[in-house]
Design a binder for this molecule. Sequence first.
Ligand code: MAN
Length: 549
Amino acid sequence: MLRNSIISHVSLAVLISYSYSSKVDRPRGVSLTRNVLYDPSKDFACFDGSGRMPFSQVNDDYCDCHDGSDEPGTSACPNGSFHCTNAGHRPLNIPSSRVNDGICDCCDGSDEWAKDSSCEDSCKELWRNEHAHLLRQAAAASRGVEVRKEYSARGVQKKAEDKERVANLRKEIEEIKANEESLKVRKENAEKAENDAKDAERVVWTNFKEKVQQQHDARQAANAFTELDTNKDGSVSADELRQHPELDESAEDDEFTEDEARDILEAVSVEAPEFIEVTWGKISEKFQSKPAAETEANHENDEPEEDYNEDDDEEEDDDLDPDMDDEDEEDYPEDPEDKEYENDLDEPDIDIPPPPPEQVAQPVVEEAHEEETPQINLPDDPVWSSDTKFIAAAADEARRQYDEQQKKKSDLERDIQKLEKEIEMDFGSDEAFHELHGKCFELDTHEYTYKLCPFDKTAQKPKDGGAETSLGRWGAWSGRGNKYSAMKYLSGLKCWNGPDRSTTVNISCGDENKLLSASEPSRCEYKFEFTTPAACEAIEVPDRPHDEL
Ligand code: MAN
């Protein structure tokens, strides 16, 4: 209001300024606690220091102080505040703008003092309603408090049990550790014995395999010699070699000349031993055996075939037969250093030796072609002797025992870790929230089923099917003032083009554990309301209203 309009309001201003409450004299709109700041016998100083004035300017409907402190009972200052005494109910501060605006804001009607206001004093009525409501709330809270006590007792007991379990598990670990070293040594010794025994047999087996391979190679060479020696004169000549153009070493011309064949033979012709020892090594990769029919057709008038070793095939079959007779087995040199064995290697013998005793592994004989020497595939390891099997079984058992104890130890360590995590968890000052640990609560909304698993996670699942979406994992208590009034769940599934999903769960006292509501106030930030007896505290209901007057 402008200063020049004050004149017309002087009488009103005087009325306002000295209109004191009937019970305790103080300017209008001033609370009991601030009354000391308004002393009519002194000049008035603005609370913010923005001015000083005769007391008559307090509540003169003109705003002198920046903070509005000189106009506690009028609407003159835009930032002022009016105090409703509201005797019989609860005092209230309202913005000055609401003073004399025609709306009853104070239940005692004191804000509408200018006119003969229609505001009735409804404070007593309000108090009665509020009191009844408070009594109902207090009754619910006291039921909740009883349940909370049960939760608390169980929570305290659970924590004690968990601690005891941890202590017992630690003892078990200690016992395992006490035996660990001896089990380890036993296992290592048994494994060493196993490795030694197997290594020794592997040496014999490897020699045997080499020998078989050499014999096999020699057989291939002998067969090739037989096939190449078409005139059966006991030697392969350059002409005979030329029947196999695939052996031509010069790629440029098509013709496999006699000179080229001689270069390979390094002679006019070679006899079997030299062929097997020298020539075969040069041609074996290129040599292609001709199908029997072709060979027979080409040489149907030849002399009756005299194989380089015509008994070989039979013997080979015998030799490769795992069910060979004992005599054969005895022939096999047990000692890989055996002289006889070495001599065998010097002079290719087309007999395939029997496998070492007790190492009768099943050779895989593949009949590649009727006329070709069978391919021999022997397994990497032999069939172990019964002694080695016994040693290996002992090592298996020692390993099993050691591994079993190790697994038991790590299982126990995992259990301890889990229990310790639970023990360290903050379930409230009386452990009442422990009751909610390990449980989940759901709420169906139109689109989703929301889920709260306290101290674990929050989630959302579309009702028309589809996977559960994580709305966060347990983070921390996050209530303002009372930290147990809210929980925070963080790092849920990342929102497309947005933050990781997260949830704030407001906790309030209720008769039962219930997820009351779930909403998404901003995208991917969710808000749940949850009630639980664990949050109940006794409510004290005042039996009389405030009586500041
Ligand atoms: C899904 C739900 C919604 C969320 C959108 C964000 O539809 O998780 O709650 O707002 O993704 O893209």
